[in-house]
Design a protein around this ligand. Structure first.
Ligand code: ADP
Ligand code: MG
Length: 650
């Protein structure tokens, strides 16, 4: 009849399933099918029709024998090459339509073109043209559930034609349709055959079979009968190759696919908000807690550092009394002479002796008990103190035994409630009159809640002369010029003091180091909290993976449809990877917002909080990575599916 090589050539093809007992679905089939034929395959249920169709359509492979499609042995083709062949050569029409239930008519129709790498505008235009030609012009944006059976089947015909397929493989295309719709579909198929396409219809309906020009009757996996009738309407011409579509663009193909996958992901997230919330929950909470924990931890460490600055930095404190020994003799061991000697050591910015006494201050009829410190002017530099009004204690005040006093804000408020600035006023300490010369800058409270403004300063000399009694010191604080010279300075002072006293009746403390350690430990606590939060992110990721694995099982048929329409393994892999990344990315964004919000609320409630972009970016990055890593397993599961069994899934 024809001299061109056959489109399909089957030689002794058998297909056995390794189910219990072993099923022989096809048994030694040999068959040639030429371009432009219209063939019906009939037979009772279970006779092997669908199995034969799947082998012709490169969805399945023979167990033995040879199947040549367009001259190529399908056994020699890689899965991706088979996918490309399906995509280019075949249009499938199924009994159950097999449309993507979440996608619109137009999106369903354009699916094979998406996998062919055809530009989006062209896909859209061609899909809507085909649907309009099939009478669905006003149903372009309807979903399958909003269409009748006949309309759904017409969408699947449009899908079969979008890549201008040469061969239409229809497995029971009218099986689920009423008489009128069946007739409609059959007329469409006849029309396509007249255009020169090869049509292969599987049917058990004799009415349908009667329309074909060649009839293959199957029984028990064998060809029982072969009928050829005289063609009533021979094709105008024989089609070879595809025509209308522009050349595919491989680079864009991947991008277009990823966009479509992201859209699918967002749509399925949108459709079931409760499930979405559950899916996102783990990632959201994980990201939010990482951000909030680190903000609080960092805030605590920063606040400690700030207090440290306020207390003065690079400080060494010399106290009387040997470590662990407490005798009155020891507590009187530190003297002004020691201070003069320490002053001779190099590399010290300031040396500040202090003698403190808790006593009563009286102004008029008002009494107030506070700490009175006898100091040198050096204390200003060591403690970062300054006068906000009036002036600070000077060297002259010390030299002259001046009866002057500086007040902390709290003391000033209590003794002189009538005036904001009591500079120049008089008060009495232990029956001695002192003149107020200035108010100290406000310092607030320390981390234990002690009021740092509840104190009074007088010149050390005047203190010894008038109120403090014996001239020994409570402590000497030394400011070292450089942080890295702290240890050297401490050693120098220790040597000097040992030389002067002969015994260790003093101690030297690096107060900054203690605070530094506190701040360090706060930071590591914050890191620990962050790590706990990161673990919750991990758990969130595993949750996403779990839900996605369930999703892959639920969507088995969708995967089958995608594969039948030309999706390669990598496309399915991309689909699920992109979906996981979209889910986790969305969870990450919401998590960043939640975490920042939580940190702000904590800040309002008195917590020290520092919100940095670093942890937010890192946590979002983690969420993104979680998507990539935990989406991989479900994606691989999806991509590894066998098209035939995926399509057969419920
Ligand atoms: P038809 O489409 O003619 O109704 P099929 O081609 O679907 O028949 O099936 C032919 C035979 O192969 C049946 O006996 C069926 O049970 C068996 N079969 C089909 N697919 C499988 C499978 N995946 N595993 C095991 N047996 C199968
Ligand atoms: Mg069947």
């Amino acid at each position: 009849m024809t001299t061109t090589p056959p489109l399909f050539r089957l030689r002794s093809v058998s297909r056995r399933f390794t189910a219990i007992g072993g099923v022989v679905a096809l048994d030694d089939i040999s068959l040639d099918i030429h371009r432009g034929e219209m063939i019906a395959i009939t037979g009772v249920s279970g006779s092997g029709k669908s199995t034969l169709m799947n082998i012709l359509g490169c969805l399945d492979q023979p167990s033995s024998g040879q199947c040549l499609v367009d001259g190529r042995d399908t056994a020699t083709l890689e899965p991706d090459e088979l996918a490309a062949l399906r995509n280019r050569l075949f249009g499938f029409i199924f009994q159950r339509y097999n449309l993507l239930s979440d996608a619109t008519a137009i999106e369903n129709a354009e699916l094979p073109a998406l996998y062919a790498g055809v530009p989006a505008e062209w896909r859209r235009a061609r899909a809507s043209e085909l649907l309009s030609r099939l009478g669905l012009g006003d149903r372009l944006y309807h979903r399958p559930a909003e269409l009748s059976g006949g309309q759904q089947q017409r969408v699947s015909i449009a899908r079969a034609l979008i890549n201008d397929a040469e061969v239409i493989l229809a497995d029971e295309p009218t099986g689920a349709l009423d008489a009128a719709s069946s007739e409609d579909v059959l007329r469409q198929l006849e029309e396509l055959n007249r255009e020169g396409r090869t049509i292969i219809i599987v049917t058990h309906d004799p009415q349908v079979a009667a329309r074909a020009r060649r009839l293959i009757h199957m029984a028990d996996g064998r060809i029982a009968r072969h009928e050829t009738r005289c063609p009533e309407n021979p094709p105008d011409h024989i089609r070879t190759g595809t025509s209308a579509s522009p050349p595919p663009q491989p680079g864009r193909r991947h991008l277009d696919m990823s966009i479509a996958a992201a859209r699918t992901a967002l749509r399925s997230l949108w459709r079931d908000p409760f499930r979405t919330l559950l899916t996102l929950f783990g990632v959201m909470i994980g990201v939010a807690s990482v951000i909030a924990m680190l903000a609080v931890g960092e805030g605590g460490a920063e606040a400690t550092l700030a207090r440290l600055e306020k207390m003065g930095t690079n400080l060494l404190t010399v106290r009387p009394g040997a470590p662990g020994v407490r005798s009155t003799a020891d507590l009187t061991s530190l003297t002004v002479e020691d201070v003069q000697a320490i002053r001779g050591i190099e590399g010290l910015t300031a040396v500040s002796p202090v003698r403190s006494l808790r006593t009563t201050l009286r102004a008029g009829a008002t009494d107030y008990i506070t700490m009175v410190h006898g100091v040198w002017p050096d204390v200003a530099m060591v403690r970062n103190w300054r006068a906000v009004t009036g002036r600070f204690i000077t060297a002259e005040d010390v030299a002259d035994y001046g009866a002057v006093v500086m007040l902390g804000r709290t003391v000033a408020h209590n003794l002189f409630p009538d005036t904001p600035d009591p500079t120049g006023r008089l008060l009495v300490i232990r029956n001695m009159p002192f003149q107020v010369i200035g108010i100290l800058s406000t310092r607030g409270a320390d981390q234990w809640g002690n009021d740092l403004d509840d104190l009074a300063l007088i010149p050390l000399s005047a203190g010894f002369l008038r109120i403090l009694g014996k001239p020994y010191l409570s402590s000497v604080t030394v400011k070292v010029d450089q942080a890295d010279r702290m240890a050297t300075a401490a050693a120098d002072i220790d040597r000097l003091m040992m030389a002067r006293h002969g015994i260790r009746n003093f101690q030297i403390a690096d107060s900054a180091a203690a605070q530094q350690a506190l701040s360090e430990s706060q930071r590591s606590f914050a890191m620990l909290l962050g790590a706990v939060a990161a673990i919750s992110l991990l758990v969130g990721g595993i949750g996403v993976m779990n839900i996605m694995l369930v999703g892959v099982t639920e969507r088995t048929r969708e995967i089958g449809i995608r594969m039948a329409t030309g999706a390669r393994r990598r496309d399915v892999l991309t689909q699920f990877n992109v979906e996981a990344v979209v889910v986790c990315g969305l969870g990450g964004i919401i998590g960043v917002a939640l975490g920042t919000g939580a940190a702000l609320i904590l800040a309002r409630n008195g917590f020290d909080v520092v919100i940095r972009p670093g942890p937010a970016v890192a946590a979002f990055g983690c969420a993104f990575l979680t998507g990539v890593i935990f989406g991989w397993l479900p994606a691989r599961k999806a991509a590894g599916m066998d098209p035939v069994s995926a399509l057969a899934a419920e």
